[in-house]
Design a protein around this ligand. Structure first.
Ligand code: PXP
Length: 237
């Protein structure tokens, strides 16, 4: 099973000061050294974290799977056609949301999406879509022409007890169905060091797309060394 590391939140930290650090591109190279099979970034319309410069540099240096998450807008279509990411994941995007809140509603704009996906595939690009683990949505994704899907694991991650068990069953069934209809299935959103195992043990999942928990852990496990480095500079100045 692949692990693609989403480096958006390194850029969130950079944008807190609108400066140069920490650089999400460096984060990507270190993630790859750590064993990441892919790097994901979500280029948002408002560029609130990663930006066009990050995408261009990542395209130059990432030799494993570079996954561009994007809204199905004309601007993003042109960027994707120009950049040639290894994978494009179409996501819903709302300006005021803190993070992607749910899977795509595929019944809405179906003809538009068929045309959109065709333009990307005509250039040889591989296209996925972020959907809820619902069989009907999976079937529509297949009809539209997506190559693969990413099932939204956010509800599983955020729920507890019986609700969480049901959410897990829904993901297992959706992955099984994807296998039957010949669609590759990925999963992601809200996965962390406590809840990932049950998703990682579902047979048939191609890859997991994880961001926030990895960057959060990196901040914590790096603090001790970062402070030691600063102390030694102060001591020897
Ligand atoms: N997959 C998709 C489609 C997403 O939009 C996101 C969040 O940007 C993720 C995975 C990663 O979610 P998280 O940051 O919660 O791990």
């Amino acid at each position: 099973m692949l692990l693609s590391v989403n480096i958006d939140h390194t850029a969130t930290l950079r944008e807190a000061r609108k400066g140069n650090e920490p650089d999400p591109v460096m984060s990507a190279t270190l993630a790859i050294l750590g064993g990441a099979d892919g790097i994901t970034l979500h280029l948002r319309e408002d560029r609130r974290h990663v930006n066009d410069r990050d995408l261009a540099l990542l395209r130059e240096i990432v030799r494993c799977e570079l996954n561009l998450e994007m809204a199905s807008t004309e601007e993003m279509l042109q960027i994707a056609l120009k950049t040639n990411p290894d994978l494009i994941t179409i996501v819903p995007e709302k300006r005021l949301e803190l993070t992607t809140e749910g899977g795509m509603d595929l019944s809405f704009k179906r003809d538009y999406l068929c045309d959109f996906v065709k333009k990307l595939k005509n250039k040889g690009l591989v296209v996925s879509v972020f959907i809820n683990p619902v069989i009907e949505d999976l079937n529509i994704a297949k009809e539209i022409g997506f190559d693969m899907v990413e099932f939204h694991t956010g509800f599983y991650a955020d729920s507890r007890g019986k609700e969480q068990e049901q959410a897990l069953i829904n993901i297992i069934k959706a992955v099984e169905e994807a296998g039957k209809i010949g669609m590759l299935a990925n999963a992601g959103h809200g996965l962390n060091y406590f809840n990932v195992s049950r998703i990682a043990s579902i047979p048939g999942i191609r890859g997991l797309y994880i961001g926030h928990s990895i960057i959060s852990r990196a901040v914590l496990i790096g603090i001790e060394k970062a402070v030691r480095d600063m102390k030694s500079l102060i001591k020897f100045s």
